[in-house]
Design a binder for this molecule. Sequence first.
Ligand code: IPE
Ligand code: MG
Length: 181
Amino acid sequence: MSQVSLHLQTDITPVHVAIIMDGNGRWAKKRMLPRTAGHKKGADAVRRVIESSVELGVTHLTLFGFSSENWQRPKEEVDALMGLLRYYLKNEVKRLHKEGVRIRFIGERDTLSDDIVHSIEEAENLTQNNKQLVLTVALSYGARAEIVHVTKCIAQKIKDGTLDIDQIDEDQLANELYTPY
Ligand code: IPE
Ligand code: MG
């Protein structure tokens, strides 16, 4: 991710680009730097990717930043990543808002610190009507965890008697996803 920016060699602009951020540690290792230096560089690349997405007219950009598995990394590394996240939430959101970027987050919020969840909610509320680019950031995200989340929500409705099994369809599922719109 450290060296990434978005260049398209086609006349057709994709509607949705999704990027799995990877390789920060290898980038740093090659240069005999700490892994955190690679993460900082990766965060700079995020800025470039967002800027070029806006310039190119991409309407949806999804960044897989920190997966639910990434919690297994050494505490110092997790702390450094959360520090970078805090920095970005504090310093970049206003700028993105000015550029018309709508920010939303997917993932298990209750695994994140309260202050981060608070900043995430603020960013989502502030930017909710922006139309230039929908930026979805996956944090503490796991696809299987999302399926578990959807299943529990639907099971709860059935238990409460507000939903019948026969009413389960694609729309019902879509309603319970992290991004129900
Ligand atoms: C991606 O880079 C950053 C995160 C997943 C948070 P890595 O940290 O996975 O870098 P490599 O794969 O060790 O090079
Ligand atoms: Mg990796």
